[in-house]
Every structure is written in C-alpha cells, then in structure tokens.
Design a protein around this ligand. Structure first.
Ligand SMILES: [Zn+2]
Ligand SMILES: [Zn+2]
Length: 53
C-alpha cells in the first residue's frame, strides 16, 4: 500500500503529514500530501470531478 499519490500534485505520499479523506460528493478516497495540505491547494476528485479546498 505504498503507492498512494497526492490527488492534487501526484507526489508520492511518503512524507508525514499526508492526509486522506472521502470525496464529499462520491466518497472515493482523496489523498493529499503535506505540501498541498499546508497550502490548501484544491483537489479534483478523479472519479466525479468534484473540486474542493
Ligand atoms: Zn500534493
Ligand atoms: Zn468524487
């Protein structure tokens, strides 16, 4: 299970501080790396296209 990637920037999620949560619209797992979380970069759900902070 070491192949997760940040949904925002596609960086591998090896760093501490990465977060994962369900898409509010469809529930698919969204992963964000530490950097994107810190900067509150938007994500786009790969399944339904939902965008959010
Ligand atoms: Zn990222
Ligand atoms: Zn979704």
């Amino acid at each position: 299970m070491a192949n997760k990637k940040c949904t925002s920037c596609s960086a591998p999620l090896a760093e501490e501080g990465a977060t994962a949560f369900g898409c509010p619209a469809c529930g698919v797992e969204i992963n964000r790396c530490y950097r994107c979380r810190e900067q509150s970069l938007p994500y786009i759900c790969p399944k339904c296209g939902f965008t959010g902070p």
